[in-house]
Design a protein around this ligand. Structure first.
Ligand code: PMP
Length: 374
């Protein structure tokens, strides 16, 4: 409690009006608001995790493996299977969610007097990493279809001369994947500054057939970092395990800024246990991708006020749709019917995560109802 003579807190002035980041965590029947995987781990996965964690618990008096070599080997092996790209453990990095991985990137490569660039609309945590590392934050605009115009992107990089460029692909909240031509052009422009290019592939496993991963570019670009996460495809958002693939030189820079023992023994054990169930966990990704494509088709067939809904192409496990004159009313109407989605993205748009078939049906029923009322 504040007493009249209590000293004011010396809060950094730029934080004075800031609020903590995060979507509402409401207890409603259908939660499709934060792009989680709707499938809880199976009994098999839970049993393996329990076994690995019990083993780790016996050594909890000791600090964990600071360099988490075994986990880095497992992550390298996973990426080899998933993307056909073979990496050494020294090219892998991990932290508590890809959020923390990206904070490490800004801590190592951003900072006072430096600039980070991205292209909006995009993931709303990026400006927070910049703020928290005293890095100047600059955004270019994505095109009408939410892709990035290559010439414009290169122009912005050349004008602003950032030290970090953040490209989300597939992008949140739009679901848009970038083609490698754009990423290559940005990498070439970045090499001349020099800048680090971060391709945030949090949703990579949901990409449509034929969409490549930026992992394929790693052997030619030592200033490229590709971030991934176990939060989405691995159905392990509660685990908090994000990771990154890059050159050894880039990873070594991140090792300097991390806190010692930042990845707990329990986290390392749980992540390794989940990775050992790669095949069954990823089998659900195919179902979610099919569910996403169905949902995009269904939404495109809906009409509001005589106009068809606009729906962004999606390579992720969510879909951005609109536009609504009063998107908040639509969001609230859905919530009143027990379906929580996200009021985010450009004005008039809403984002829904792909759920189980039952959850997606509940969303469709609720939306039909809400639109019908208008
Ligand atoms: N990048 C993007 C584009 C995201 O949407 C998210 C989570 N919503 C993250 C990174 C962070 O994920 P996590 O910290 O759970 O790995």
């Amino acid at each position: 409690m504040t007493t009249p003579d209590a000293p004011a807190l010396p809060l950094r002035p730029e934080l004075a009006d800031e609020v903590p980041y995060g979507a509402p965590q409401l207890d409603v029947p259908v939660r499709l608001n934060v792009n989680e995987n709707p499938y809880a781990p199976s009994d098999d996965v839970v049993a393996t995790i329990a076994e690995h964690v019990a083993h780790a618990a016996r050594g909890l008096n000791r600090y964990p493996d600071r360099d988490f070599d075994a986990l880095r080997d497992d992550l390298a092996q996973y990426l080899a299977v998933e993307s056909g790209v073979h990496l050494h453990r020294s090219q892998l990095w991990a932290a508590n969610g890809s959020n923390e991985v990206m904070l490490h990137l800004l801590q190592a490569f951003g900072g006072p007097g430096r600039t980070a660039v991205s292209f909006a609309p995009t993931y709303s945590m990026y400006p927070e990493y910049a703020r928290d590392t005293h890095t100047r934050w600059v955004t270019g605009r994505r095109a009408e279809d939410f892709t990035i115009d290559t010439a414009e992107a290169v122009g912005l990089v050349e004008t602003e001369r950032p030290s970090v460029i953040l490209l989300a692909s597939p992008n949140n909240p739009t679901g848009t994947a970038l083609d490698l031509t754009t990423i290559r052009a940005v990498l070439d422009a970045a090499a001349r500054i020099p800048a680090v290019v971060v391709v945030d592939e949090a949703y990579a496993e949901f990409r449509r057939a034929g969409t490549p991963s930026a992992l394929e570019l790693l052997d030619r670009y030592p200033h490229l970092a590709v971030t991934r996460t176990m939060s989405k495809a691995f159905a392990a958002a509660g685990l908090r395990l994000g990771y990154l693939a890059a050159s050894t030189e880039l990873v070594d820079a991140l090792r300097v800024v991390r806190l010692p023992y930042h990845l707990s023994a329990v986290t390392q054990a749980t992540a390794r246990a989940a990775l050992s169930h790669r095949d069954s966990l990823l089998a659900q990704v195919a179902d979610l991708r099919a569910g996403r494509d169905d949902l995009v088709g269904w939404l495109r067939a809906q009409r509001v006020d005589g106009r068809p809904l606009q729906v962004a192409d999606s390579d992720a496990n969510f879909v951005l749709f609109g536009t609504f004159d009063d998107r908040h009313a639509v969001w609230q109407g859905l919530l009143d019917r027990g379906v929580l989605i996200r009021e985010t993205g450009p004005e008039g748009w809403l984002r829904v995560s792909v759920g189980t078939p039952g959850e997606t049906q509940a969303f469709k029923d609720a939306l039909t109802d809400v639109i019908g009322e208008k």
